[in-house]
Structure formats: structure tokens, C-alpha cells
Design a protein around this ligand. Structure first.
Ligand SMILES: NC(=O)c1ccc[n+]([C@@H]2O[C@H](COP(=O)([O-])OP(=O)(O)OC[C@H]3O[C@@H](n4cnc5c(N)ncnc54)[C@H](O)[C@@H]3O)[C@@H](O)[C@H]2O)c1
Length: 455
């Protein structure tokens, strides 16, 4: 019987999407070319962190494996025997500024060969605008030998959920939908209505493609603005978070908070997708500039850490730096284009010896330490790049006492210094700045590295 949904690509989006569909009572067959991933999923193992209603994604996965509502395979042909709806979540990686379409187009070619009359292909990947009509539909037509829009349905509904909240947002967010024909759009909307309680907004393929890229590009620009506000606030000697909080009391102002940069698979890729879709020589400098500003944020953080080290008579070159958090944002174990990793590379290039700890990121880099204790031992400096839930309950004053004293701190999340202050540590530096020097209460000030109590 062919009434199942096949989700193609079981990554950060495809897996939670499959399980959100299962939560809604659908039966899903997941397809991925990565054999190891499929075997792990079959064994109930995933590294995607997605707590949903107090349950881990792994536990949700196991429930749906047991009930056989979810199965996983590497074989598209096997999925095609059971499914009549194919939802594609294979993405377009970007290297430098170059968009790599190989994986998605290979997937589309294979899918075309597996299609039967009456099927629905619903693409949910973020695309270079124009790809649906320019590349995807023609390939589906040629490899299937069928006529798209007549023999089978093709639609596009860009995915806009955030990693970490995907399970919930699949079921609550509005979705933009477009079909090759009206009937294609209606068929896709009928499937999506089974998944989300949000509204479905029907539009053209090109607008749907552009709207997704523009959503991400807008966030890139807003984050760049936040990074510039940080420079402004620091020069004025005020706390940037306080500044943003105050400005946001205006009902039409919605400033974001600065970070160490911006990472992941969506926001950093938006400009490359948009630029690759433009045919004229006309430039879009705002998006390009925002990208450059966000890419330089980790460099600025490295300069600030160097400044904090200078306050204690040391320099970045030769310093031992303990880096906390490697995920691309707080609460994420996704290290794709993570600014924290970029930051670690910059520190290493500038001669620092980096050890990093992130409880959510599997051992991958040689500089990863097995524990917070190991990471902090004998450090000259500590920098917080991404905050993980496990850090909430860590005994920071005790842990940081393992580092050398005095200690340079780049507290980008404003979590460490408050707990150190509370524990009576001596703080040196301007309290509105994220970089500061600290000493444990028992360490006395020396001439070289004087530490003062900040009232
Ligand atoms: N990650 C996010 O937060 C997010 C949010 C919204 C939209 N998106 C978009 O969703 C899409 C997927 O992103 P992701 O983060 O899940 O990527 P991902 O890399 O985590 O997952 C993609 C999966 O597709 C698999 N794959 C590659 N080729 C395949 C093929 N031919 N057949 C079957 N599987 C194949 C890969 O093995 C991988 O598991 C992208 O277009 C992305 O831009 C991502």
C-alpha cells in the first residue's frame, strides 16, 4: 500500500520533521544516503538535540520505532514502494561563496527515477531562488519520464524552523507554499495541514524560494547591526544588552543581541544563495557587508581576549586559553560554520594554546578536552563562546580556581563574572566590557598584575 510519507534526508531538519509527522499520527519512512546514520537511527540513536515536551528526541525516536510508525532506510526504491508523498530536506552547502548543488540535484535525479503517477514531491530545502523551475522540475521530468503537474505533483514549502525548537515549530509555524500548478499547491497544503496548526500561505514558486532566503538574510543583517551596536556601546562605556533592552521598549524597534558571530546552515548561507540567483551586475552591498561584519566578529573577540590578557601582563600568543562552548549557538551541538570554532582557529593562528569543552559536541577536534576540569586546568584565560544547559549548574568559582590566577575572562554570555563576583572574586576591568581580569579571593594582588575589587 502506498500511502506513507517518505522524508528524504534525515539531518537536523529531516529527522525532527519525520518524528513531528509521527507525533501527528502519520507513518513515515525516512531515507538517507548515510548508512551509518540510518543504522544508528534504526538502533534508536541520534545526536540531534531536540527536547520536546520534556522528552528527548532519542526517546521520541524509540517510541516511533517500536510502534513502527517510523522506519529508516538507505533505499529510495524501498521507500517508493510504500510512499506516495516525498518530502525532500537535502540542503545546499556553501564553500566560500560557492553554492554546492551536487547533493540535492543527485537526490532529485534519484527521486525522479523512483516516482510513480499520482505522487507528490514536496521540496523543503532552502534553495537558490529559481532552482525549482530552472533545475528541479526539469530533472524530475527527465528522470521520471512523467509530466510534472499532470502525472505527478511538485510543490515547494521552505522550512523555517529553528534547530532545537523544530519539533514544536513544525507543528505551530505558518508555512509558505507554492505548487507548479494550483492542484500541486493544494495537494501539498493538504499534507502540510496534517502537520501544522499554523496558517498556510499560497504563493508562486519564485516568491516562496525568495521569501525563505530573505528571512535568513534579514536575520544576518540584524545580527550585523547588533555587532556594530556592541562597538558603539563599548566606546560609550555602556552595557550593550542594557542599551538594546532600552531601545526595544519602542514598539517598532526589534534589535537582536550580539554574539560571537553567526553560524549554522541557514543564516550564513543566505547571502550566497541570494547572490547566486542574481543575473545582473547590480550589487546588493547591504547583505554582503552584513556577512563581512558577522564573519569578523570572532576576530574582534580574539582582540578583546588579548586585551584582557594584557591586563594581567600576558599576551594571546603563548597563552593557554580555555574555550567554553563549540556549538553554533547557545544550546546547540551543531558545529557547522560555528563562530566558536572559527574563534578557536583564530586564537590558534595567533599563537594561543586552545583547549575547548562542550558537553554536547562529540570529540572531533584535537583541542577538545574531556571535561570542564581538564579544559580549565592551568588556563591563563577563559572565553565563553556558546552556553550549554550543563553550564547552568557548574560550580564556576570552584572550577575557575583550577585556572592560573589572575585569570583573563572573555565572558560573552555574562554568566561567569556575576557568579564570580558573588563568590567574592576580585575583578579588574570595566564592568560594561565582556573582557575582564579576575582573581580568586585568596590570591593577593601583585605589582605586575594588580587586581582590584570593583564595588
Ligand atoms: N538546520 C536548520 O536549522 C534549518 C532550518 C531551516 C531550514 N533548513 C534547511 O533544511 C535543509 C536541511 O538542512 P539540515 O540542517 O537538516 O541538513 P543536514 O545536513 O543535517 O541533513 C541533510 C541530510 O541529507 C542527507 N542526504 C544527502 N544526500 C542525500 C540523498 N541523495 N538522499 C537522501 N539523503 C541525502 C545527508 O546525509 C544528511 O543526513 C537545508 O536546505 C537547510 O537550509 C535548515
Amino acid at each position: 500500500m502506498r500511502t506513507q510519507i517518505a522524508v528524504i534526508g534525515l539531518g537536523y531538519i529531516g529527522l525532527p520533521l519525520s518524528l513531528a509527522l509521527c507525533e501527528r499520527g502519520e507513518t513515515v519512512i525516512g531515507v538517507d544516503v548515510d548508512e551509518r546514520k540510518v543504522n544508528e537511527l534504526r538502533a534508536g540513536v541520534t545526536h540531534v538535540m531536540e527536547p520536546y515536551r520534556g522528552e528527548s528526541l532519542e526517546s521520541i525516536l524509540r517510541r516511533h520505532l517500536e510502534s513502527a510508525r517510523f522506519t529508516a532506510t538507505t533505499s529510495l526504491a524501498e521507500a517508493a514502494e510504500r510512499a506516495d508523498t516525498f518530502i525532500v530536506t537535502v540542503g545546499l552547502p556553501v564553500a566560500g561563496d560557492v553554492v554546492d548543488k551536487t547533493l540535492l540535484l543527485a537526490c532529485v535525479n534519484d527521486l525522479g527515477r523512483a516516482l510513480s503517477p499520482g505522487d507528490l514531491v514536496l521540496i523543503r530545502s532552502t534553495l537558490v531562488p529559481g532552482m525549482m523551475e530552472g533545475e528541479i522540475v526539469p530533472r524530475l521530468a527527465s528522470t521520471s519520464g512523467l509530466v510534472p503537474g499532470r502525472d505527478f505533483h511538485v510543490a515547494y514549502a521552505p522550512e523555517r524552523v529553528a534547530e532545537g525548537r523544530a519539533m514544536e515549530e513544525f507543528q505551530t509555524l505558518d508555512v509558505v507554499v507554492a505548487g507548479l500548478t494550483d492542484a500541486c499547491a493544494d495537494r501539498a497544503m493538504a499534507v502540510l495541514a496534517r502537520l501544522t496548526d499554523g496558517r498556510l500561505h499560497k504563493t508562486s514558486l519564485r516568491v516562496a524560494e525568495l521569501s525563505k532566503v530573505v528571512e535568513n538574510a534579514q536575520r544576518d543583517v540584524n545580527i550585523a547591526l547588533a555587532h556594530e551596536l556592541k562597538v558603539v556601546a563599548e566606546q560609550h562605556g555602556v552595557d550593550v544588552y542594557e542599551l538594546i533592552r532600552m531601545a526595544n521598549t519602542h514598539p517598532r524597534v526589534h534589535l537582536l543581541e550580539p554574539n560571537i558571530g553567526v553560524g549554522g546552515f541557514c543564516i550564513p548561507n543566505a547571502y550566497a544563495y541570494l547572490a547566486a540567483s542574481l543575473t545582473s551586475e547590480e550589487h546588493i552591498p547591504l547583505f554582503s557587508l552584513a556577512r563581512q561584519i558577522n564573519l569578523t566578529a570572532p576576530h574582534r573577540a580574539a582582540r578583546q581576549l588579548d586585551e584582557a590578557l594584557r591586563q594581567i601582563g600576558k599576551r594571546l600568543s603563548g597563552a593557554r586559553v580555555a574555550l567554553l562552548g563549540l556549538g553554533m549557538k547557545d544550546g546547540s551541538n551543531d558545529i557547522r560554520q560555528s563562530p566558536a570554532i572559527h574563534f578557536a582557529e583564530i586564537l590558534a593562528e595567533r599563537g594561543a594554546a586552545v583547549t575547548a569543552f562542550d558537553p554536547t559536541v562529540d570529540p572531533y577536534f584535537p583541542f577538545q578536552a574531556p571535561s570542564l576540569e581538564d579544559c580549565l586546568a592551568n588556563a591563563d584565560a577563559v572565553a565563553v563562546a556558546a552556553w550549554q544547559a550543563e553550564f547552568d549548574t557548574a560550580p564556576w568559582p570552584d572550577l575557575l580556581a583550577r585556572a592560573r590566577q589572575p585569570l583573563a575572562v572573555l565572558d560573552l554570555k555574562r554568566r561567569l563574572v556575576p557568579s564570580l563576583k558573588q563568590a567574592g572574586w576580585q575583578i579588574r576591568g570595566d564592568s560594561h566590557l565582556p573582557y575582564i581580569a579576575v582573581s580568586a579571593p585568596h590570591v593577593s594582588a601583585t605589582r605586575d598584575c594588580a587586581v582590584e575589587m570593583v564595588p
